[in-house]
Write a protein that binds this ligand. Structure first.
Ligand code: NAD
Length: 355
């Protein structure tokens, strides 16, 4: 099969880690007889420097015409003083909304070989954990009615949380479909003891759950969920939640894996085209030094194979190659703890050797 992939390398370590993922995709393509055609487009600070805007029209068009999009990261101190709508990070919201991506999938997995990096007590994570957070990405309080007004005590500000049944149904289906390919357990997280939006959320999730009799569906209040993630993360398989709760909980979940350079993400919409990116930023402090950990981006490419191209075996091969390299003791500087570390290119070489 032939696939057209738009590459948004971005800033900082973006070009280095995207180049690594491209090499891995080329290797897997060679193994299975797929042809990946890569077309680079400008985004973020690189786009600002080159054409004066963080998200050029050509980039949006190129992404919408592609089969899928792989993004490095954007931003850096050079552009930090620009006004909000000219900041590189603005391009991220722009491309997500242009591609109508309403789902964010964020796995948080503790690799057995990296247990020592986890900030939680050893007995809590003895068996490891592997959580998939399904976050609604285009609704809720971040997109609701907002404003400033004069209130009883003078100046006040308000933001509004609003969810339609339609928005909840479609994200719930993504969560149940995801669970069907995993351990078949969904925990839906809300604040139904206080919020009306949460009560509609809970009711609707359970209606959709009836379409998936093989999946166990339970509810958890968000305050309890924040606690349970550090108390017993292994209890979770798939978590589904709103935009804001997902924003907060997915960062908490990523922190308990202990290694920001390892975690991929996928943003999906109504078509098979998705946007795949590591969860970390552009790491300007280590940019251009060939020491960044490329694994989050390589695993993002694996998610692209799985979710956009339905190439599960090819995706599994990449995940297994990463597992093997880590189990064999190879590390980049961020997870080496002062011991011998591989460069970005050397880590990529090792992973490709294991494919
Ligand atoms: P960051 O994730 O870039 O870096 C935080 C720390 O983690 C740094 O010490 C960095 O060196 C390290 N790190 C991150 N990724 C790594 C990797 N792959 N290998 C090894 N070490 C890694 O977060 P930050 O420093 O807060 O932000 C830097 C810039 O990135 C800012 O301009 C920010 O706005 C931007 N940012 C972009 C995205 C994105 O593009 N999606 C996300 C977050 C931050």
């Amino acid at each position: 099969m032939n696939y057209n992939i738009a590459l948004l390398k971005g800033d900082g370590i973006g070009p280095e880690i995207v180049d690594s993922a491209v090499r891995v995709l080329e290797a897997i393509g060679k193994k299975y007889g797929h042809v990946f055609k890569f077309t680079p487009y400008l985004i973020g600070g690189a786009a600002l420097d080159s054409v004066g805007v963080p998200l050029p029209e050509e980039t949006v068009k190129g992404c919408l015409a592609s089969d899928s999009v792989l993004l490095g990261a954007v931003g850096g101190p050079k552009w930090d003083t620009l006004p909000g709508n000219m900041r590189p990070e603005k391009a991220l919201l722009g491309i997500r909304s242009a591609m109508e991506l309403f789902t964010n999938l964020r796995p948080a997995k503790l690799y057995p070989a990296l247990k020592g990096d986890c900030p939680l007590r050893e007995d809590i994570v003895a068996g490891g954990f592997d959580i998939m957070i399904v976050r609604e990405l285009t609704g809720g309080i971040y997109f609701g009615d907002r404003g400033m007004r004069e209130g009883k005590y003078g100046e006040e500000a308000y933001d509004t949380e609003c969810y339609s049944r339609f928005e909840i149904e479609r994200i719930a289906r993504v969560a149940f479909d995801t669970a069907m390919k995993r351990d078949k357990r969904v925990v839906s997280i809300d604040k139904a003891n206080v919020l009306d939006t949460s009560r509609l959320w809970r009711k609707t999730v359970h209606e959709i759950a009836e379409e998936y009799p093989k999946v166990e569906c339970t509810d958890m209040l968000v305050d309890n969920a924040a606690m349970q993630l550090v108390r017993n993360p292994a209890q979770f398989d798939v978590i589904v939640t709103t935009n804001m709760f997902g924003d907060i909980l997915s960062d908490e979940a990523s922190q308990i894996t202990g290694s920001i350079g390892m975690l991929p993400s996928a943003s999906l919409g109504t078509t098979s085209r998705g946007l795949y990116e590591p969860i970390h930023g552009s790491a300007p402090d280590i940019a251009g030094k060939n020491i960044a950990n490329p694994i989050a981006t390589i695993l993002s490419a694996a998610m692209m194979l799985r979710y956009s191209f339905s190439l599960a075996k090819e995706a599994d091969d990449i995940v297994n190659a990463v597992d093997k390299v880590l189990n064999d003791g190879y590390r980049t500087a961020d997870i080496a703890h002062g011991k011998e570390a591989l460069s970005t290119v050397e880590m990529t070489d090792r992973i490709i050797e294991c494919l």
